[in-house]
Design a protein around this ligand. Sequence first.
Ligand SMILES: C[S@@+](CC[C@H](N)C(=O)[O-])C[C@H]1O[C@@H](n2cnc3c(N)ncnc32)[C@H](O)[C@@H]1O
Length: 226
Amino acid sequence: MKLLKNLFLGINAREARSLSIPVPNELMRDGERRNGMPEKQKNGALVFARNFIAHPQMLGSAIPSSSFLINRLLGKINWGSTRIIVEFGPGTGCFTGEILKRLRPDGTLIVIEMNPAFVRHLQNNIRDPRLRTFQGSAENVAQVLECAGIQNVDYVISGIPFSTMPPDVRTAILKSTSSVLAADGRMLVYQFSKKVLPHLQQSFSRVETDFEAFNILPARLFYCEK
Ligand SMILES: C[S@@+](CC[C@H](N)C(=O)[O-])C[C@H]1O[C@@H](n2cnc3c(N)ncnc32)[C@H](O)[C@@H]1O
C-alpha cells in the first residue's frame, strides 16, 4: 500500500484511473470518495490482483494495462477493413472492451484465456454477440479457429508473458499464430521486456518496435507482419 501511495505522488486521480489502478481516497474529489472507480473496473482490478498472487508467472503483471498502452496498440489497427481479431490473454478484459468499442458491427473477436477465473469474469461482465470466449492456451489457436469456423484472422493481439513461459510453448504459439494470420495479417504484442524480439523476428517477415512509458510497468510493443 505504501508503495502504491508513493507511486501516486506524481500523478492525479484521473491519471491514476487511466493506469487502471485503484485511486486512494485522499486523491479523490469530494463526490468521488465512495465510488471513485467505476464498479466494473474496480472489480476487474481486484480479480486481477488476486489472481496475480495465485499465478504470478501466468499473469506477468499485478495491474491491468493502462489506457495509454491500449490506445497506442489499438491505434495500429485498420478498423475499417478488420473483420476478425484474436486476443491472447485478455485477463479481466481491459483490451477486450476497447476492441469491441472499435470493431465493426459484423466483426468477430475471439479471446483465448488460460485462467478460468478470468474467463468467468469476462463471461459475466462483457455481453456482446461479436465476442467468443475460449478457455485454454494460445497454443491451441488453430483448433479454436477451426471450432469457430474461421480460416484466418486480420490481427492477433497478445499480452501473454512470452519471456517466462517454457521455450517450446513460446515456439508453438508463435508458429501457430503465424499460420492463422491472413497474408496481410499482423500480430501486435505488448511485453515488459525486449526478450521476445529475436523469437518474433524468426517467426515474422518484419517486426517494428515501439514503447509506452505510461504503464505499470513501462511496456515494449512489437508490430509483426506475417
Ligand atoms: C499480462 S496479463 C495481460 C492481461 C490483460 N490483457 C491486460 O492487458 O491487462 C497476461 C494474461 O495472459 C494469460 N495467459 C498467460 N499465458 C497464456 C497462454 N499460454 N494462453 C492464453 N492466456 C495466457 C494470463 O492468464 C493473463 O490473463
